[in-house]
Design a protein around this ligand. Structure first.
Ligand SMILES: Nc1ncnc2c1ncn2[C@@H]1O[C@H](COP(=O)(O)OP(=O)(O)OP(=O)(O)O)[C@@H](O)[C@H]1O
Length: 386
């Protein structure tokens, strides 16, 4: 989809190139993450790809076409760009910001307004509430969402995302990452994503490029391979400690067997009925759901025996909610601090789907390990034969 051939940039007055002969092929519909230490040339590489700066040498091929020299504006319409500080225009409304590229392309007003609303909904913001606001009237996380919506406005096949969730608190960041991964399942864009955070790279990337100085590639591989078989000490050092824990970032909750034999009930049910179901199960607590089937409270048998009717304050609050797109690492994080000792899986509207407990996570870790050792056995076998 997009191919960089020996892309090089030497800034005026410099002797050493900031980016030196970077060659990379990004497959259609994949997220390729560039990860590397500060100053290694990540941002420069991205700016070269959409020709915010012109390469000293090398070529950029987009959908088979050499776009290194042609019209740069034309190229940028085919490439959406999201940057850390979002770069929203402060004196333009959210709708005007999102509509920047379509406006340049001369879209009709009605089509533009529809597209803005569609995009706001897509990134989880109510169009009526937000389209008329200004960037400073939004939270950091909302501004990032608008940045993503703006990059997608003219439906470019390629998106460049330079630390798009960098300047955001960890909780919002995790939420935005998950939302974006969910969105990507629908939009299937070809994405180059920059981060300096290896955990984010493992989570977001179909493939990861670990960069050294001057955008020299240390390793280009899937996250699983990079974690299991780092090419050299530089890559191992970059992964840092805890490679096996990081592997939990590779598995999503939807890919493991959730527990659904745990008892649940509705806040509106009589306590005696709930109690009967709870004692008939192997569980010591029951999850109560509200009328929209959203997790509300954890209750034990003594909680239920004590009352005639269910009050909203009964038992303990149901915490540790995660969506099926979240990783096992997210689930583990949540469950260690949760009231129920499990992470509760909900769908996009917050409705209950099941729970993930420690055993689910242990089983997944075990099977990841087994897959890996089977791989090594097979590799060894082939080696012995040869
Ligand atoms: N306009 C410029 N003129 C001269 N040197 C530059 C210019 N822009 C960047 N550089 C240099 O090029 C190198 C790569 O910078 P770049 O911003 O691409 O790194 P980065 O990997 O994105 O870093 P960070 O993670 O800190 O953003 C750095 O040594 C930087 O000082």
């Amino acid at each position: 989809m997009i191919e960089l051939q020996e892309l090089t940039k030497t800034f005026p007055g410099q002797t050493v190139p900031a980016v030196d002969r970077l060659s990379l092929a990004v497959p259609r519909g994949e997220i390729v993450v560039l990860v590397g230490p500060s100053g290694c040339g990540k941002t420069t590489s991205m700016e070269l790809v959409n020709r915010l700066i012109e390469p000293t040498s090398g070529r950029i091929i987009l959908e088979g076409e050499d776009v290194t020299r042609g019209n740069a504006d034309e190229l940028r319409r085919r490439i959406g760009y999201v940057i850390q500080e979002t770069g929203l225009f402060p004196h333009r409304t959210i709708a005007q910001n999102i509509g920047t590229v379509p406006t340049m392309l001369g879209w009709k007003k009605a089509k533009l307004a529809d597209r803005v609303d569609e995009l706001l909904s897509l990134v989880g913001m109510d169009p009526a509430a937000y389209r008329g606001r200004y960037p400073k009237e939004l939270s950091g996380g909302q501004r990032q969402r608008v940045g993503v919506a703006r990059a997608m406005a003219a439906d470019p096949p390629v998106m460049l995302m330079d630390e798009p969730f960098g300047a955001i608190d960890p909780i919002t960041r995790e939420r935005l990452q998950n939302e974006f991964l969910r969105l990507q399942q629908t939009i299937q864009k070809t994405i180059i994503f920059v981060t300096h955070d290896i955990d984010e790279a493992i989570k977001m990337g179909d493939r990861i490029v670990v960069l050294r100085d001057q955008s020299h590639i240390a390793q280009f591989d899937t996250p699983a391979e990079i974690l299991s078989n780092p090419a050299d000490d530089y890559v191992s050092d970059f992964i840092g400690a805890g490679a096996s824990l990081k592997r939990l970032n590779l598995t999503r909750i939807r890919d493991v067997a959730m527990t659904d034999d745990n008892p649940t009930g509705l806040l509106s049910e009589p306590p005696a009925d709930l109690l009967a179901r709870l004692v008939a199960s192997d569980w010591s607590a029951m999850l109560l759901l509200d009328a929209q089937r959203r997790p509300a409270r954890w209750v034990t048998a003594p909680d239920l025996r004590r009352v005639d009717g269910i009050r909203p304050t009964i038992g303990l609050r149901a915490t540790a909610l995660v969506e099926a797109h979240a990783t096992l690492s997210d689930a583990l994080n949540e469950l260690v601090t949760s009231n129920g000792g499990v992470a509760i899986v909900v769908d996009g509207s917050g409705a209950y789907q099941g729970v993930v407990d420690m055993e689910t996570i242990m089983t997944a870790v075990r099977s990841l390990r087994e897959e890996q050792s089977e791989f090594y056995m097979a590799a060894k076998h082939t080696q012995d034969e040869s």
